[in-house]
Design a binder for this molecule. Sequence first.
Ligand SMILES: Nc1ncnc2c1ncn2[C@@H]1O[C@H](COP(=O)(O)OP(=O)(O)O)[C@@H](O)[C@H]1O
Ligand SMILES: [Mg+2]
Length: 340
Amino acid sequence: MEILPIAALTLMANCSISAIALIIVKNTKPVKIFEIHKLRIFVVNYCINFKCQNRQNSDLAKQCQTCGTNLLINHRYRLLKPLRSLTLGHPTEIFEAEDWGTGEQEWGTRKVIKVLKFPNNTNLLQLFKQEARVLIWLRNPAIPRVAPDGYFSILFDDNSQQFPCLAMEKILGENLALWLEKNQHISQEIAINWLQQLTEILCNIHSYQIIHRDIKPSNIILQPNGKLALIDFGSVKIENSENIPVGSLGYAAPEQIAGKAVPQSDFFALGRTLVHLLTGQSPLDFPINQGKNQIIWYNSSINIEKSLANLLNKMMNSQPEKRPKNTRSISKSLNNIKIR
Ligand SMILES: Nc1ncnc2c1ncn2[C@@H]1O[C@H](COP(=O)(O)OP(=O)(O)O)[C@@H](O)[C@H]1O
Ligand SMILES: [Mg+2]
């Protein structure tokens, strides 16, 4: 008779885990199943009320033990963990969540929930609504999906104010900023492949007159299947919306910082992102060629084809009219790069 140490682990809906051992008589069917012990994995239930003094609750709690706010957001989402620090001065909070409002096949699906903390700020509210609209609208496997009911408002227990929330598909994998910390940099073969993938995503969004305006490593996720996804549409510009200065230092094009973003502004940020990925160095750490207003990142000692460096330099030109005209032009240049 042989006992398998842990023959099966079953994850139950209430998030406890049972370890089950099968007693197997060699060459026969399993004759008995018994439970060795129950290991309870404590999953924290976060309170969505950012004014609450103690937001972590046990996974069994229905209401926050400190402020009384309902822990099942919009009657379906349970907040599991923050995806970035809750103490920083961000206008939004972002959580990984479980969705219990789906059909039973999908109960407990992981989602990402964003909450806008300052809905009275009209610029922030406009950007937040635009992010929701664009994600509901776009249908691209490389962009998080939001169902039409994924944008909603919630009321904290003090009934003071409505806070807009956005529930989106959780993309599996790791963002490229975290990925870079472990992997230092990418090869030029990978750079070409990733640039092609990101150009295709941009081709799709630009065709709807949408400009992302915040392309950078932390807004790109490398999925387990090797495909990239573009996230964080929180700075997006849609047709006819007001052009305000947004973006991230080191990646945002000069005209975008001046509040005049054009589709080619995304090419600038994409070029800077690729330089960061190829060299492992943040664009802010390179010296600037004052005459051309370009970062000096490439020299002959770097093992990168001149044609790839030329394409990236063209994308990062300080004047948008000197960058590639459209995504087709970038793809064409990429197809002509021969790696020796
Ligand atoms: N839909 C998503 N799927 C998976 N991870 C996400 C998703 N949205 C955000 N994240 C994670 O949360 C981080 C912060 O989200 P993001 O929308 O970029 O906000 P911000 O840039 O304001 O911090 C991302 O870098 C990513 O790691
Ligand atoms: Mg981001």
